[in-house]
Design a protein around this ligand. Structure first.
Ligand code: ATP
Ligand code: LTN
Length: 344
Protein backbone atom coordinates (compact mmCIF):
# COMPACT_ATOMS: atom_id res chain seq x y z
CA UNK A 1 0.00 0.00 0.00
CA UNK A 2 1.34 3.46 -0.85
CA UNK A 3 2.10 5.85 1.97
CA UNK A 4 -0.59 8.24 0.79
CA UNK A 5 -3.18 5.47 0.73
CA UNK A 6 -2.18 4.37 4.23
CA UNK A 7 -2.45 7.96 5.49
CA UNK A 8 -5.85 8.28 3.84
CA UNK A 9 -7.08 5.10 5.47
CA UNK A 10 -5.91 6.32 8.83
CA UNK A 11 -7.82 9.55 8.36
CA UNK A 12 -10.97 7.66 7.41
CA UNK A 13 -10.48 5.34 10.37
CA UNK A 14 -10.26 8.20 12.82
CA UNK A 15 -13.60 9.76 11.88
CA UNK A 16 -16.34 8.58 14.19
CA UNK A 17 -19.65 7.35 12.89
CA UNK A 18 -23.16 8.55 13.64
CA UNK A 19 -26.43 6.75 13.01
CA UNK A 20 -29.93 7.97 13.73
CA UNK A 21 -33.42 7.48 12.41
CA UNK A 22 -36.89 8.96 12.55
CA UNK A 23 -40.10 7.07 11.93
CA UNK A 24 -42.27 8.30 9.04
CA UNK A 25 -45.38 8.07 11.20
CA UNK A 26 -46.81 11.53 10.55
CA UNK A 27 -45.73 15.14 10.49
CA UNK A 28 -42.56 15.72 12.45
CA UNK A 29 -42.93 17.83 15.56
CA UNK A 30 -40.89 20.51 17.26
CA UNK A 31 -39.90 17.71 19.69
CA UNK A 32 -38.39 15.67 16.86
CA UNK A 33 -36.63 18.79 15.61
CA UNK A 34 -35.11 19.93 18.92
CA UNK A 35 -34.53 16.41 20.25
CA UNK A 36 -32.98 14.89 17.15
CA UNK A 37 -33.12 16.50 13.70
CA UNK A 38 -31.37 19.73 14.64
CA UNK A 39 -28.45 17.77 16.06
CA UNK A 40 -28.19 15.72 12.87
CA UNK A 41 -27.11 18.88 11.07
CA UNK A 42 -24.84 20.10 13.86
CA UNK A 43 -22.94 16.79 13.89
CA UNK A 44 -22.69 16.40 10.13
CA UNK A 45 -19.45 18.31 9.70
CA UNK A 46 -17.48 16.35 12.27
CA UNK A 47 -18.70 12.79 11.79
CA UNK A 48 -19.52 10.25 9.12
CA UNK A 49 -23.29 10.21 9.37
CA UNK A 50 -26.06 7.88 8.33
CA UNK A 51 -29.57 9.25 8.70
CA UNK A 52 -32.32 6.80 7.95
CA UNK A 53 -36.06 7.07 7.55
CA UNK A 54 -36.99 4.01 9.59
CA UNK A 55 -40.02 2.79 7.67
CA UNK A 56 -39.80 -0.78 8.99
CA UNK A 57 -40.24 0.60 12.49
CA UNK A 58 -43.25 2.63 11.35
CA UNK A 59 -45.23 -0.46 10.35
CA UNK A 60 -45.25 -1.78 13.92
CA UNK A 61 -48.34 0.44 14.10
CA UNK A 62 -50.96 0.06 11.36
CA UNK A 63 -50.32 2.55 8.53
CA UNK A 64 -52.28 3.52 5.47
CA UNK A 65 -49.99 2.48 2.57
CA UNK A 66 -50.42 5.64 0.45
CA UNK A 67 -50.03 7.84 3.50
CA UNK A 68 -46.88 6.01 4.60
CA UNK A 69 -45.30 6.41 1.17
CA UNK A 70 -46.02 10.14 1.31
CA UNK A 71 -44.69 10.46 4.85
CA UNK A 72 -41.46 8.71 3.92
CA UNK A 73 -40.74 11.32 1.24
CA UNK A 74 -41.80 14.07 3.62
CA UNK A 75 -39.31 13.00 6.28
CA UNK A 76 -36.57 12.72 3.66
CA UNK A 77 -37.43 16.21 2.39
CA UNK A 78 -37.24 17.52 5.95
CA UNK A 79 -33.81 15.95 6.44
CA UNK A 80 -32.70 17.87 3.37
CA UNK A 81 -34.60 21.03 4.32
CA UNK A 82 -32.75 21.36 7.64
CA UNK A 83 -29.61 21.42 5.53
CA UNK A 84 -28.28 17.87 5.61
CA UNK A 85 -25.93 17.38 2.68
CA UNK A 86 -26.51 14.03 0.91
CA UNK A 87 -22.94 14.11 -0.39
CA UNK A 88 -21.66 14.08 3.19
CA UNK A 89 -24.38 12.12 5.00
CA UNK A 90 -26.08 8.96 3.82
CA UNK A 91 -29.81 9.58 3.71
CA UNK A 92 -31.90 6.52 2.91
CA UNK A 93 -34.91 4.36 3.72
CA UNK A 94 -34.30 1.56 6.20
CA UNK A 95 -36.30 -0.94 4.11
CA UNK A 96 -33.97 -0.37 1.13
CA UNK A 97 -31.12 -2.03 3.02
CA UNK A 98 -32.35 -5.55 3.88
CA UNK A 99 -29.41 -6.10 6.24
CA UNK A 100 -31.34 -4.12 8.88
CA UNK A 101 -34.02 -6.80 8.98
CA UNK A 102 -31.46 -9.59 8.80
CA UNK A 103 -29.40 -8.33 11.71
CA UNK A 104 -32.64 -7.49 13.51
CA UNK A 105 -33.60 -11.15 13.38
CA UNK A 106 -30.20 -12.31 14.53
CA UNK A 107 -30.27 -9.88 17.46
CA UNK A 108 -33.79 -11.05 18.34
CA UNK A 109 -32.15 -14.36 19.11
CA UNK A 110 -29.86 -12.67 21.64
CA UNK A 111 -32.53 -10.50 23.29
CA UNK A 112 -34.42 -11.72 26.34
CA UNK A 113 -38.19 -11.44 26.65
CA UNK A 114 -37.68 -9.81 30.05
CA UNK A 115 -35.61 -7.01 28.48
CA UNK A 116 -38.30 -6.24 25.92
CA UNK A 117 -41.06 -6.48 28.52
CA UNK A 118 -39.51 -3.61 30.46
CA UNK A 119 -39.54 -1.16 27.54
CA UNK A 120 -41.72 1.84 28.34
CA UNK A 121 -42.31 2.65 24.66
CA UNK A 122 -43.74 -0.85 24.21
CA UNK A 123 -46.01 -0.37 27.21
CA UNK A 124 -47.17 3.06 25.98
CA UNK A 125 -47.80 1.88 22.43
CA UNK A 126 -49.57 -1.28 23.59
CA UNK A 127 -51.93 0.85 25.64
CA UNK A 128 -52.50 3.18 22.67
CA UNK A 129 -53.03 0.35 20.17
CA UNK A 130 -54.64 -2.32 22.33
CA UNK A 131 -56.20 -3.94 19.25
CA UNK A 132 -52.84 -4.51 17.57
CA UNK A 133 -50.15 -5.55 20.04
CA UNK A 134 -48.06 -7.35 17.45
CA UNK A 135 -44.71 -9.14 17.69
CA UNK A 136 -42.99 -6.38 15.70
CA UNK A 137 -43.98 -3.81 18.29
CA UNK A 138 -42.48 -6.05 20.96
CA UNK A 139 -39.17 -6.68 19.16
CA UNK A 140 -38.91 -3.10 17.88
CA UNK A 141 -35.90 -2.37 20.16
CA UNK A 142 -33.82 -5.24 18.71
CA UNK A 143 -34.40 -3.86 15.22
CA UNK A 144 -33.31 -0.45 16.47
CA UNK A 145 -30.19 -2.05 17.94
CA UNK A 146 -29.54 -3.64 14.54
CA UNK A 147 -29.87 -0.24 12.81
CA UNK A 148 -27.18 1.14 15.06
CA UNK A 149 -24.79 -1.82 15.35
CA UNK A 150 -24.88 -2.59 11.62
CA UNK A 151 -22.75 0.48 10.90
CA UNK A 152 -20.29 0.24 13.80
CA UNK A 153 -21.85 3.44 15.11
CA UNK A 154 -20.06 5.46 17.78
CA UNK A 155 -22.70 8.07 18.54
CA UNK A 156 -26.50 8.15 18.30
CA UNK A 157 -28.26 11.56 18.42
CA UNK A 158 -31.68 10.97 19.98
CA UNK A 159 -34.17 12.45 22.42
CA UNK A 160 -34.35 11.32 26.06
CA UNK A 161 -37.25 8.95 25.35
CA UNK A 162 -34.89 6.68 23.40
CA UNK A 163 -32.37 6.22 26.22
CA UNK A 164 -33.79 2.85 27.24
CA UNK A 165 -33.62 1.54 23.66
CA UNK A 166 -30.05 2.72 23.30
CA UNK A 167 -29.13 0.96 26.52
CA UNK A 168 -30.45 -2.29 25.03
CA UNK A 169 -28.35 -1.74 21.89
CA UNK A 170 -25.30 -1.32 24.11
CA UNK A 171 -26.14 -4.45 26.09
CA UNK A 172 -26.64 -6.49 22.95
CA UNK A 173 -23.33 -5.30 21.52
CA UNK A 174 -21.56 -6.26 24.72
CA UNK A 175 -23.36 -9.60 24.95
CA UNK A 176 -22.52 -10.51 21.37
CA UNK A 177 -18.91 -9.36 21.74
CA UNK A 178 -18.70 -11.40 24.95
CA UNK A 179 -19.70 -14.59 23.15
CA UNK A 180 -17.94 -14.14 19.80
CA UNK A 181 -15.14 -11.63 20.42
CA UNK A 182 -15.09 -8.01 19.26
CA UNK A 183 -17.72 -7.62 16.57
CA UNK A 184 -19.69 -4.46 17.33
CA UNK A 185 -18.72 -1.04 18.57
CA UNK A 186 -20.65 -0.20 21.76
CA UNK A 187 -22.46 3.07 20.89
CA UNK A 188 -23.01 6.17 23.03
CA UNK A 189 -26.07 8.42 23.03
CA UNK A 190 -25.93 12.10 22.12
CA UNK A 191 -28.66 14.13 23.79
CA UNK A 192 -29.41 17.84 23.50
CA UNK A 193 -28.46 19.88 26.58
CA UNK A 194 -31.83 21.63 26.56
CA UNK A 195 -34.95 20.13 25.01
CA UNK A 196 -34.12 16.41 25.16
CA UNK A 197 -37.75 15.88 26.14
CA UNK A 198 -40.20 18.45 24.78
CA UNK A 199 -43.61 18.00 26.37
CA UNK A 200 -47.16 17.98 25.02
CA UNK A 201 -48.78 21.44 24.90
CA UNK A 202 -51.95 20.04 26.44
CA UNK A 203 -50.52 17.62 29.00
CA UNK A 204 -47.07 18.96 29.84
CA UNK A 205 -46.16 15.88 31.88
CA UNK A 206 -46.29 13.71 28.72
CA UNK A 207 -43.85 13.91 25.83
CA UNK A 208 -44.85 15.73 22.66
CA UNK A 209 -45.55 13.05 20.09
CA UNK A 210 -46.40 13.16 16.40
CA UNK A 211 -48.98 10.43 16.76
CA UNK A 212 -51.09 12.40 19.27
CA UNK A 213 -53.79 14.98 18.44
CA UNK A 214 -52.49 17.98 16.40
CA UNK A 215 -53.29 20.56 19.11
CA UNK A 216 -50.83 18.83 21.47
CA UNK A 217 -47.81 19.43 19.25
CA UNK A 218 -46.19 22.03 17.02
CA UNK A 219 -45.63 20.49 13.59
CA UNK A 220 -42.40 21.51 11.85
CA UNK A 221 -44.58 22.37 8.87
CA UNK A 222 -47.33 24.22 10.78
CA UNK A 223 -48.20 27.66 9.36
CA UNK A 224 -47.11 30.64 11.53
CA UNK A 225 -50.69 31.55 12.56
CA UNK A 226 -51.32 27.94 13.65
CA UNK A 227 -48.09 27.90 15.66
CA UNK A 228 -49.11 31.11 17.42
CA UNK A 229 -52.57 29.77 18.14
CA UNK A 230 -51.26 26.49 19.53
CA UNK A 231 -48.80 28.25 21.86
CA UNK A 232 -51.51 30.65 23.05
CA UNK A 233 -53.71 27.74 24.08
CA UNK A 234 -50.87 25.72 25.65
CA UNK A 235 -51.70 24.54 29.16
CA UNK A 236 -49.82 26.50 31.86
CA UNK A 237 -50.78 27.44 35.44
CA UNK A 238 -52.31 30.39 37.22
CA UNK A 239 -49.46 31.91 39.20
CA UNK A 240 -48.14 34.05 36.36
CA UNK A 241 -44.41 33.65 37.00
CA UNK A 242 -41.94 32.67 34.32
CA UNK A 243 -39.66 30.48 36.42
CA UNK A 244 -38.13 27.10 35.49
CA UNK A 245 -39.76 24.52 37.76
CA UNK A 246 -40.54 21.25 35.98
CA UNK A 247 -42.31 19.76 38.97
CA UNK A 248 -44.74 22.52 39.90
CA UNK A 249 -44.89 24.43 36.61
CA UNK A 250 -44.42 21.81 33.84
CA UNK A 251 -46.24 23.88 31.19
CA UNK A 252 -44.12 27.00 31.68
CA UNK A 253 -40.94 24.92 32.08
CA UNK A 254 -41.69 23.29 28.73
CA UNK A 255 -42.18 26.62 26.98
CA UNK A 256 -38.97 27.91 28.56
CA UNK A 257 -37.09 24.83 27.32
CA UNK A 258 -38.40 25.43 23.82
CA UNK A 259 -37.40 29.10 23.89
CA UNK A 260 -33.99 28.26 25.36
CA UNK A 261 -33.34 25.52 22.80
CA UNK A 262 -34.27 27.76 19.89
CA UNK A 263 -32.61 31.03 20.99
CA UNK A 264 -29.72 29.74 23.11
CA UNK A 265 -30.83 31.93 26.04
CA UNK A 266 -30.41 30.51 29.55
CA UNK A 267 -33.38 29.92 31.87
CA UNK A 268 -32.21 32.83 34.06
CA UNK A 269 -32.09 35.16 31.08
CA UNK A 270 -35.61 34.11 30.08
CA UNK A 271 -36.91 34.69 33.61
CA UNK A 272 -35.24 38.12 33.74
CA UNK A 273 -36.78 39.05 30.41
CA UNK A 274 -40.35 37.75 30.81
CA UNK A 275 -41.22 37.27 34.47
CA UNK A 276 -44.03 39.58 35.56
CA UNK A 277 -45.10 40.55 32.02
CA UNK A 278 -47.95 38.04 31.80
CA UNK A 279 -48.13 34.64 30.09
CA UNK A 280 -49.64 36.15 26.92
CA UNK A 281 -46.48 38.15 26.19
CA UNK A 282 -44.26 35.17 27.03
CA UNK A 283 -46.21 32.73 24.87
CA UNK A 284 -46.08 35.12 21.91
CA UNK A 285 -42.33 35.44 22.34
CA UNK A 286 -41.97 31.64 22.23
CA UNK A 287 -44.17 31.54 19.13
CA UNK A 288 -42.12 34.28 17.41
CA UNK A 289 -38.85 32.46 18.08
CA UNK A 290 -40.18 29.13 16.83
CA UNK A 291 -41.74 30.67 13.72
CA UNK A 292 -38.44 32.40 12.88
CA UNK A 293 -36.56 29.12 13.31
CA UNK A 294 -38.96 27.06 11.21
CA UNK A 295 -39.77 29.47 8.37
CA UNK A 296 -36.60 28.91 6.30
CA UNK A 297 -36.93 25.14 6.78
CA UNK A 298 -40.54 25.26 5.59
CA UNK A 299 -39.56 27.27 2.50
CA UNK A 300 -36.83 24.78 1.53
CA UNK A 301 -39.14 21.86 2.28
CA UNK A 302 -41.70 23.13 -0.26
CA UNK A 303 -39.09 23.16 -3.03
CA UNK A 304 -37.50 19.82 -2.18
CA UNK A 305 -40.68 17.82 -1.56
CA UNK A 306 -41.93 18.46 -5.10
CA UNK A 307 -38.63 17.45 -6.72
CA UNK A 308 -39.28 13.72 -6.96
CA UNK A 309 -36.31 13.04 -9.26
CA UNK A 310 -33.92 14.58 -6.74
CA UNK A 311 -35.42 12.64 -3.84
CA UNK A 312 -35.13 9.42 -5.77
CA UNK A 313 -31.51 10.11 -6.56
CA UNK A 314 -30.73 10.82 -2.90
CA UNK A 315 -32.49 7.70 -1.61
CA UNK A 316 -30.90 5.43 -4.22
CA UNK A 317 -27.36 6.64 -3.66
CA UNK A 318 -27.89 6.59 0.09
CA UNK A 319 -29.16 3.01 0.05
CA UNK A 320 -26.32 1.79 -2.17
CA UNK A 321 -23.65 3.34 0.02
CA UNK A 322 -25.34 2.17 3.24
CA UNK A 323 -25.71 -1.39 1.89
CA UNK A 324 -22.00 -1.53 1.11
CA UNK A 325 -21.13 -0.53 4.68
CA UNK A 326 -23.71 -2.91 6.17
CA UNK A 327 -22.40 -5.89 4.22
CA UNK A 328 -19.02 -5.62 5.97
CA UNK A 329 -20.62 -6.09 9.38
CA UNK A 330 -22.96 -8.80 8.10
CA UNK A 331 -20.06 -10.86 6.73
CA UNK A 332 -18.47 -10.80 10.16
CA UNK A 333 -21.71 -11.54 12.01
CA UNK A 334 -22.71 -14.42 9.75
CA UNK A 335 -19.30 -16.03 10.10
CA UNK A 336 -19.23 -15.63 13.88
CA UNK A 337 -22.72 -17.02 14.39
CA UNK A 338 -21.89 -20.02 12.20
CA UNK A 339 -24.00 -19.35 9.13
CA UNK A 340 -22.47 -20.89 6.00
CA UNK A 341 -20.79 -18.39 3.67
CA UNK A 342 -22.53 -17.83 0.35
CA UNK A 343 -20.06 -17.65 -2.54
CA UNK A 344 -21.72 -16.37 -5.69
P1 ATP B 1 -44.43 8.47 17.45
O1 ATP B 1 -45.37 9.45 18.07
O2 ATP B 1 -44.86 7.96 16.13
O3 ATP B 1 -43.99 7.40 18.39
P2 ATP B 1 -42.27 10.30 17.92
O4 ATP B 1 -42.82 11.68 17.79
O5 ATP B 1 -41.97 9.80 19.28
O6 ATP B 1 -43.16 9.28 17.11
P3 ATP B 1 -39.93 9.19 16.65
O7 ATP B 1 -39.85 8.94 15.21
O8 ATP B 1 -40.21 8.01 17.49
O9 ATP B 1 -41.00 10.31 17.01
O10 ATP B 1 -38.62 9.91 17.15
C1 ATP B 1 -37.64 10.50 16.32
C2 ATP B 1 -36.60 11.19 17.19
O11 ATP B 1 -37.19 12.33 17.84
C3 ATP B 1 -36.05 10.33 18.32
O12 ATP B 1 -34.66 10.58 18.45
C4 ATP B 1 -36.77 10.80 19.53
O13 ATP B 1 -36.05 10.62 20.72
C5 ATP B 1 -36.95 12.27 19.23
N1 ATP B 1 -38.13 12.79 19.91
C6 ATP B 1 -39.42 12.38 19.74
N2 ATP B 1 -40.25 13.07 20.52
C7 ATP B 1 -39.47 13.96 21.21
C8 ATP B 1 -39.75 14.96 22.20
N3 ATP B 1 -40.98 15.19 22.59
N4 ATP B 1 -38.72 15.69 22.69
C9 ATP B 1 -37.45 15.46 22.28
N5 ATP B 1 -37.13 14.53 21.36
C10 ATP B 1 -38.10 13.79 20.83
N1 LTN C 1 -36.84 4.14 17.95
C1 LTN C 1 -36.66 5.49 17.48
C2 LTN C 1 -36.46 5.58 16.01
C3 LTN C 1 -35.28 4.78 15.62
C4 LTN C 1 -33.91 5.11 15.84
C5 LTN C 1 -33.16 4.04 15.30
C6 LTN C 1 -33.28 6.19 16.45
C7 LTN C 1 -35.29 3.56 15.00
N2 LTN C 1 -34.03 3.14 14.79
C8 LTN C 1 -31.77 4.02 15.38
C9 LTN C 1 -31.88 6.16 16.52
C10 LTN C 1 -31.15 5.09 16.00
C11 LTN C 1 -37.89 6.23 17.92
O1 LTN C 1 -38.91 5.65 18.14
N3 LTN C 1 -37.77 7.48 18.09
Amino acid sequence: MSEIKAAENKLVERRQRIFSGIQPTGTLTLGNYIGALRNFKILESEYDCLYSIVDLHAITVRQDAAELRKNCLKVMSLYLAVGLDPEKSLIYFQSHVPAHAELGWILDCYTYMGELNRMTQFKDKSAKHADNINAGLFTYPSLMAADILLYQTNLVPIGADQKQHLELARNLAERFNGVYGDTFIVPEGYFPKVGARIMSLKEPTRKMSKSDAPDTYIGILDEPNIIRKKFRSAVTDSDNSVVFDTENKPGIANLMSILSAVTGKSMDQITAEYDGRGYGVFKDAVADAVIAELEPIQARFKEINTDKAYLEEVMTKGAQRAAALASRTMLKVRRKVGLAALKL
